[in-house]
Design a protein around this ligand. Structure first.
Ligand code: FDA
Length: 404
């Protein structure tokens, strides 16, 4: 039974879907927004530790990872962080900058969900929540959606069902399945902004350091593909996490190494050799002044000893220059081979997705199926940590909503 005929059906009432639906509805289109979840905007709710890091004022295309790096330019230029800040302020939501251009709500991410809901209401968007989409087909000039709440017909359809991160909150690969059904290419999806894991036996000594955080420079790749982040690093039982690792995880490919500088900005070898004369400090104390004592002890325990004496107990003055320089080199260039990631259950986003070479960058419409659009994280556009992924959701949603 046909239960509704619309100008546009938006599947997925997350960040990008609500933005697209609100914009189109406010232009006078009859829009329906469908989502299989019972609760609205779950990812927005949990984002930014409950305060939603809703944008980054420094957003540029360079903050995104894609096989088609220029694709995001047009939408990001047409809907900027300033545009979203303007919307937030019109709704009376107070915010603050936390770190490196990252903007958060002062109170709760609930206010962003409520704001998007009011924007949809202003566009008279119809809702179908806790609604399963059984199939999507194109017949003549219309799309037909067979849903648990009856059949819906729409002239245009927007796929805004996001990526696969956090399946426990209802994330699915629906958009990727639909892309394949309509003959579009998909860039292999993978968990991103995700902790990295290591061989259990090899990692065991460092697993004891779980909970320790420090600033580090983390890099992977070489030549043109070399990428580096200077952020905090966190030891966990299974491997490494923290912003530095989440960032590099989006660039890391299985089988590759990552390199860590655990004393960024310093030249420990030169410093130690120049200052060692008469320095009676034990090496472990020298390192403990740099990091935590636990990390200093563990690090030195894994280093080869010197003539039967544990390295940590040796005084700086008694250490040969070569040994000091070797130790410093390993601290500045700690090379690790992750065996994998903590997976979609712990990832913040999915990298890969619908290949943007089949999508118009100004409208988000597919080039091969008129009336079919993809927005948000479902596309092969992955932002860095720090509000960029929401900015992409708003910008791609707005680009689509303005052109439906
Ligand atoms: P989004 O995931 O928001 O929405 C997709 C919608 O589609 C959901 O409502 C879902 O229920 C629905 N759906 C899925 N499958 C469906 C199906 N088969 N049928 C019907 N409906 C379906 N980013 C950022 O910029 N700042 C931040 O602070 C954070 N913090 C953060 C924390 C955590 C823990 C995670 C997991 C992620 C973040 N992110 C983030 C990333 C950010 O949440 C994400 O990139 C955006 O929500 C993506 O917006 P979309 O609208 O594309 O998908």
């Amino acid at each position: 039974m046909v239960t509704g005929v619309f100008d546009a059906a938006v599947i997925g009432a997350g960040a990008a879907g609500m933005m697209a639906a609100a914009q189109a509805g406010q232009r006078g289109l009859r829009v329906v927004l469908l989502d299989h979840a019972e609760k609205l905007g779950e990812k927005i709710r949990i984002s930014g530790g409950g305060r939603c890091n809703f944008t980054n004022i420094g957003t540029t295309p360079a903050n995104f990872f894609s096989q088609n790096p220029n694709f995001c330019r047009s939408a990001l230029a047409a809907y900027t962080p300033r545009d979203f800040i303007g919307l937030v302020e019109r709704h009376g939501i107070s915010w603050h900058e936390k770190h490196r251009g990252q903007l958060f709500c002062d109170d709760s991410s609930e206010s962003i969900i409520a704001m998007l809901r009011r924007e949809c209401d202003a566009g008279k968007v119809a809702w179908r929540m806790a609604c399963t989409i059984k199939s999507l087909t194109r017949q003549a000039d219309d799309f037909r959606l067979d849903t648990s709440q009856g059949e819906i017909r729409a002239r245009q359809v927007v796929l805004a069902t996001g990526g696969m991160a956090i399946p426990q909150l209802g994330a699915t690969d629906f958009a990727l399945g639909m892309a394949r059904q309509f003959g579009l290419k998909v860039v292999e999806p993978r968990p991103a902004l995700v902790p990295l894991t290591f061989d259990a036996q090899q990692w065991a000594p460092f697993g004891l350091l779980s909970g320790i955080a420090l600033e580090a420079a983390v890099r992977c790749g070489s030549g043109k593909s070399r990428t580096e982040f200077l952020e905090d690093l966190l030891f966990t039982h299974r491997g490494l996490s923290g912003p530095a690792i989440l960032q590099i995880s989006s660039y890391w490919n299985p089988g590759e190494a990552i390199m860590l500088d655990l004393a960024p900005g310093k030249r420990l070898g030169d410093e130690w050799v120049a200052g060692k004369s008469g320095n009676r400090q034990a090496l472990v104390s020298v390192l403990a002044a740099l990091w935590s004592r636990r990390l200093a002890e563990q690090w030195l325990a894994s280093e080869p000893g010197q003539d039967g004496t544990a390295l940590g107990a040796m005084r700086l003055a008694d250490m040969p220059d070569k040994t000091l320089r070797g130790l410093a080199e390993r601290i500045h260039n700690w090379t690790l081979h992750p065996t994998g990631t903590a997976g979609y259950k712990k990832a913040e986003v999915m990298r890969g997705g619908v290949d943007t070479r089949g999508i118009d960058q100004k409208t988000m419409q597919t080039k091969s199926v008129p009336g079919l659009y993809f927005v948000g994280e479902a596309l092969d556009v992955t932002g860095w940590l720090g509000g960029y992924n929401f900015q992409w959701a708003w910008a791609s949603g707005a680009a689509c909503g303005r052109s439906l």
